[in-house]
Every structure is written in C-alpha cells, then in structure tokens.
Design a protein around this ligand. Structure first.
Ligand SMILES: Cc1cc2nc3c(=O)[nH]c(=O)nc-3n(C[C@H](O)[C@H](O)[C@H](O)COP(=O)(O)O)c2cc1C
Length: 156
C-alpha cells in the first residue's frame, strides 16, 4: 500500500508533521512518499494510493504560497477524483477565529466537490493550544492508518 503526503507550508511546521508521520508509518508494508506541494499540479492525484494533505493556513484563510498552484489547478481543471481516498491534517491558529484552519478546509472542500472520499475527520491543529503538531500527528496517525488500510482493503 502506498501513501502520499502532500505538504503545504510556509515556515516548515507542516513538513515536521509529515516527517513524523513518515517515521510512524513507514513499516515496510506501508510505503510513504512525502512531496512538498511546490511544482505539483492536479496530475499528482493520478498516482496509485491514498493521499494525505498536510497544510497550514495563511493570509485571509488562504493556502500557503507553495500550495497555490496545486489548489488553483484543481479548481481550474476539475478532474474526476471519484476514485480518490484522502485525509486532511490542517494546521492553523485559533487566534485567527474567522479563518481557523481554512487551508485544510479549502483542500477538503475542493477534493470532496470533485468526488473524492475523505478517510476520517479533518484534523485541525491549533498553534495557540500549546500542543506540538508533530506530537498530535503521531497520536492521531495510528488510528488514521488503520482506517486507511481498511479503506484500501475495501477498494473503491
Ligand atoms: C501571517 C500569518 C497568517 C496566518 N493566517 C492564519 C489563518 O488565517 N488561519 C489560521 O488558522 N492560521 C493562520 N496562521 C497560523 C499558521 O497556519 C500556523 O502557525 C501554522 O502552524 C504554520 O505552519 P507552517 O510553518 O507549516 O506554515 C497564520 C500565520 C501567519 C504567520
């Protein structure tokens, strides 16, 4: 089984989350590939496997700069993603009350619109909570991996 982690980040926190998940998940049976979203477009979703979007939030609830190309390409090309299974690990800060975790929400909304099915709930890490996102990811990742394996076993 293959898992692709797509990372949207401005200052590297989301990348730490992906690195932690890679350590937790890469057990030989599971092959994990982490890709920074820079340079990616919607064709990345043609790869076999399950996807996890790991992204922070910037500006007025926008996706980070390195995620813009992928996000805009999905909106412009609107590929049929009905075979896609994905999860979302969002990073944000609750002090931005109006736009809390909108980066992850934006990807979740567009992927669902294009027919993809989310595995589990969308995660909303809060930088003002004091909990380290990579610690949250390590705990959450165990349960999510089980769901992802179930989903892969059932097929599409
Ligand atoms: C200029 C700026 C704008 C931000 N805007 C938002 C926002 O609108 N909503 C939100 O939930 N978090 C917002 N954040 C918080 C970041 O998403 C959060 O700190 C995240 O952990 C950063 O992850 P990164 O290092 O991977 O980019 C903002 C942070 C900065 C510095």
């Amino acid at each position: 089984m293959k898992l692709h982690l797509l990372v949207g980040t401005m200052t590297g926190t989301a990348q730490l989350v992906a690195q932690e998940l890679e350590l937790v998940w890469d057990d030989g049976e599971m092959r994990v590939e982490t890709l920074l979203m820079d340079q990616l477009d919607s064709a990345v979703f043609e790869r076999e496997g399950i996807f996890l979007i790991v992204t922070s939030t910037y500006g007025q609830g926008d996706v980070p700069d390195n995620a813009k190309n992928l996000y805009e390409d999905l909106k412009a090309k609107r590929p049929d993603l009905s075979r896609l299974r994905y999860g979302v690990f969002g990073l944000g800060d609750r002090t931005y009350a109006e736009t809390f975790n909108f980066g992850g929400k934006r990807f979740d909304d567009i992927l669902a619109e294009l027919g993809a099915q989310r595995i589990g709930e969308r995660v909303k890490h809060d930088a003002s909570s004091g909990m380290l996102p990579e610690e949250m990811a390590a705990e959450w990742g165990v349960g999510w991996l089980a769901l992802a394996k179930e989903s892969a076993a059932v097929g599409t």
